[in-house]
Design a protein around this ligand. Structure first.
Ligand code: 5GP
Length: 192
């Protein structure tokens, strides 16, 4: 393929606990031309997380300074913390022909839809509410109260995305290998 090809933007929207990180890691392993955008967040890092790799962990002041300078392609308040996609990095990757993966929440996806309507919008849904709750509990990184908040938001997002007006594809993540294969197929088809 010619080096003049622009990259494509893939927005994967999923609630907490749907397995999006696992899926994205699988795809990145096999696609050297696919990069994941690293978001900025005001939440504190989890024990296994690295600054600049999982997120850029910043203060609220730094986040709002960046927002003021139109530094975010989209941003949202999720569970009381701010998360934003850096505009410059994404546009730079696309300009250089790299495909970009955004793993963001539904509020963020709605904003990207407005500014980048050509992006491919994929919604990853958990198989059921019960399974979602089980996965959130199993992760063990949040308190009971945080799990309840995430569960509540996730079920609201699932309802919102039922009408499919936002997303081009909807994948139910029942089994990781199957969902990965579906996602792989979507990426391949959309790149043609
Ligand atoms: P977590 O704190 O578990 O890493 O992420 C919480 C939620 O924030 C997840 O639903 C995740 O997709 C979302 N999120 C992560 N980065 C961004 C971002 O840059 N923008 C938006 N809108 N949501 C994000």
């Amino acid at each position: 393929m010619s080096s003049k090809r622009s990259g494509k933007l893939f927005v994967i929207s999923a609630s907490s606990g749907t397995g999006k990180t696992t899926l994205a890691n699988e795809l990145k392993k096999e696609n050297r031309n696919l990069v994941q955008s690293i978001s900025y967040t005001t939440r504190t890092p989890r024990p296994n997380e690295e600054n600049g790799k999982d997120y850029f962990f910043v203060s609220k002041k730094e986040f709002f300074e960046m927002k003021q300078k139109h530094g975010f392609l989209e941003y949202a308040n999720v569970f009381g913390k701010y998360y934003g996609t850096p505009r410059k990095e994404v546009e730079n990757h696309i300009k250089h022909g790299r495909d970009v993966l955004l793993l963001i929440d539904v509020q963020g996806a709605k904003q990207v839809k407005k500014s980048k309507p050509d992006a491919v919008f994929i919604f990853l849904a958990p198989p059921s509410r019960e399974e979602l709750l089980r996965r959130l509990n199993k992760r063990g990184t949040e308190t009971k109260k945080e799990i309840q908040a995430r569960y509540k938001i996730a079920t609201k997002e699932m309802r919102e995305l039922n009408d499919l007006s936002l997303c081009d594809y909807r994948i139910v993540n029942r089994f990781i290998p199957v969902a990965t294969e579906v996602l792989r197929g979507i990426l391949r088809a959309e790149r043609l």
